[in-house]
Design a protein around this ligand. Structure first.
Ligand code: ATP
Length: 202
C-alpha cells in the first residue's frame, strides 16, 4: 500500500555548514525542498494571522504604512532583546510549521525536505520523520560565511553560532550526518541518504 503523504525530512546544520548547497543536490534528484527561513520572512509579510499577532505583541509600528514589515524597528526593538526574540519565534515557528505541513501534503514525491538552521533548537524535529545534519568544522564555516556575506563580521558570525546548538549535539540527535569538509565529496553522501529515504518511504 502506498503512503498517503511523503515522509517529512528535516535538513539542518549550523550557519555556513552547507545546508543550502546540500538542498540543491537533493532538488536535482527531484526532491522538493521547503526553505523555512525564506518562507518565514514571506509569512511575516503576508500571513494575516501572523501579522496580527506581531502587531498585537510588538505594536502597529512593526509594519510600515504600505503594509511591508518594518525591519529596522524590529531589529532595534525585538531582535536585540532575547525575551522578545523568544516571543516572536513563538509566533513565527508554529506558522511556519503549519505552512510546511500544507505544502508537504501537496507534494507527490516519496519524501520532502524542510531546510532550516534551527530544527532541534525549536523542537520542530518532533513533527518530522527524520533529520539530516550537515556537519562542518566551525573554522571552515566561518571562512565560508565571510566569503559569501560581505556585510558580516567574524563577531556577528560567532554570535549566531553561539545561538545555535553545537554541531556535535546535532550530529548525535540527527538520523543522518552529511560531512561537508574539503576531503569528502558531497554528491555520493547525498545519494546514499537519498537511497535510504526512498527505501524507507516504500
Ligand atoms: P546559512 O546557514 O548561512 O544559510 P548554509 O548552511 O545554507 O548557510 P551554504 O550557503 O550552503 O550554507 O554554504 C555557505 C557557503 O559556503 C556558500 O557560499 C557555499 O557556496 C559555500 N560552500 C558550501 N559547501 C562548500 C564546499 N564543500 N566547498 C566549497 N564551498 C562550499
Amino acid at each position: 500500500m502506498s503512503r498517503r503523504h511523503p515522509l517529512l525530512v528535516g535538513l539542518t546544520g549550523g550557519i555556513g555548514s552547507g545546508k543550502s548547497t546540500v538542498a540543491k543536490i537533493f532538488q536535482i534528484l527531484g526532491i522538493p525542498c521547503y526553505f523555512a527561513d525564506d518562507r518565514a520572512k514571506w509569512l511575516m509579510a503576508n500571513e494575516p494571522k501572523l501579522i496580527e499577532g506581531i502587531k498585537a505583541n510588538f505594536g502597529p509600528e512593526s509594519y510600515l504604512e504600505d503594509g511591508t514589515i518594518n525591519r529596522s524597528y524590529l531589529a532595534e526593538k525585538v531582535f536585540s532583546d532575547p525575551e522578545k526574540v523568544k516571543k516572536i519565534n513563538a509566533l513565527v515557528h508554529p506558522a511556519v510549521g503549519k505552512d510546511f505541513k500544507t505544502w508537504a501534503e501537496n507534494q507527490t514525491s516519496p519524501y520532502v525536505l524542510k531546510e532550516a538552521a534551527l530544527i532541534f533548537e525549536t523542537g520542530s524535529n518532533k513533527d518530522l520523520d527524520y533529520v539530516i545534519n550537515v556537519s562542518s568544522p566551525i573554522k571552515v564555516r566561518i571562512a565560508r560565511v565571510l566569503m559569501r556575506d560581505n556585510h558580516r563580521t567574524v563577531e556577528q558570525v560567532n554570535n549566531i553560532i553561539d545561538q545555535q546548538l553545537p554541531d556535535e549535539n546535532k550530529n548525535e540527535l540527527a538520523d543522518f550526518v552529511i560531512k561537508n569538509v574539503d576531503n569528502k565529496l558531497l554528491i555520493p553522501q547525498v545519494l546514499k541518504v537519498h537511497e535510504v529515504l526512498i527505501a524507507k518511504s516504500n
